[in-house]
Design a protein around this ligand. Structure first.
Ligand code: ZN
Length: 226
């Protein structure tokens, strides 16, 4: 999911890393410096339409490297969240760097996440503009609950619980949707979906060009096409 305001990334004083408050945190997470930018898959590619597989091996260098690559790819694409199948890896994990609606910045990764939404009676739905790094250049209003809890594991296999409100709750729901093979387009009316695809057709080249510039700034390049 893209950052809400592309001009600024939140550098608030209140930061939660892996679900826990920390004293301070750099604007760019350390993973960004370690990772290599990967190509972001685009809606229509098969991997975005099928459920991802559970991660069964924790603590491996490959899993750490994947998370590093996902972080730098998310940063280059001005993302607030990125799922593994968006870098063409069909595994159940996502990364995020996203503010909630009380100004807390949330940064981390979660493996094999399961989302836990409030009971329907206690659910408050918020309509807000939503986009996706795999639908470059498009945005549509989507209704989401304003609170979400996600349970899963960190890359070493330790249990992890992440709780989000507002835009971060939206991000948690958006990214867990990816892992079951859905994008936000699946939540839209036929008319809105068509409109989103039209926006993507109009703006995708511009978005790809911006990502290439940002990757070049890190001394990296992005491959084109699947
Ligand atoms: Zn997305």
């Amino acid at each position: 999911m893209p950052v809400r305001d592309e001009r600024s990334r939140p550098v608030g004083r209140h930061v939660h890393v892996q679900g826990r408050p920390v004293e301070s945190y750099p604007a760019l997470p350390p993973e960004v410096a370690r990772g290599s930018v990967r190509r972001v898959t685009v809606v229509g590619e098969e991997i975005l339409g099928r459920p991802c597989q559970e991660v069964t091996e924790f603590g491996s260098p490959e899993l750490s490297a994947l998370i590093d690559d996902m972080f730098v790819t998310m940063y280059v694409a001005d993302g607030a969240g990125l799922a593994a199948n968006q870098v063409n890896v069909g595994l159940r994990l996502f990364v995020y760097d996203c503010p909630d609606d009380s100004g807390v910045r949330h940064v981390g990764h979660i493996v094999n996440p399961v989302v836990d939404l409030p009971h329907p009676e206690n659910r408050r739905l918020l309509d807000d503009l939503e986009g996706c790094l795999s639908v470059p250049g498009a945005g549509e209003v989507v209704s989401r609950t304003d609170h979400a809890v996600v349970r899963g594991f960190d890359k070493e296999g330790a249990p992890l619980v992440i709780e989000g409100t507002g835009y971060f709750a939206r991000c948690l729901q958006h990214e867990t949707d990816h892992l079951i093979g859905h994008t936000y387009l699946d939540r839209l009316s036929t008319r809105d979906r068509r409109d989103a695809l039209r926006q993507m057709a109009d703006r995708r080249e511009e978005v790809f060009a911006q990502r290439a510039i940002k990757a070049a700034g890190l001394g990296q390049s992005i491959s084109r096409g699947p």
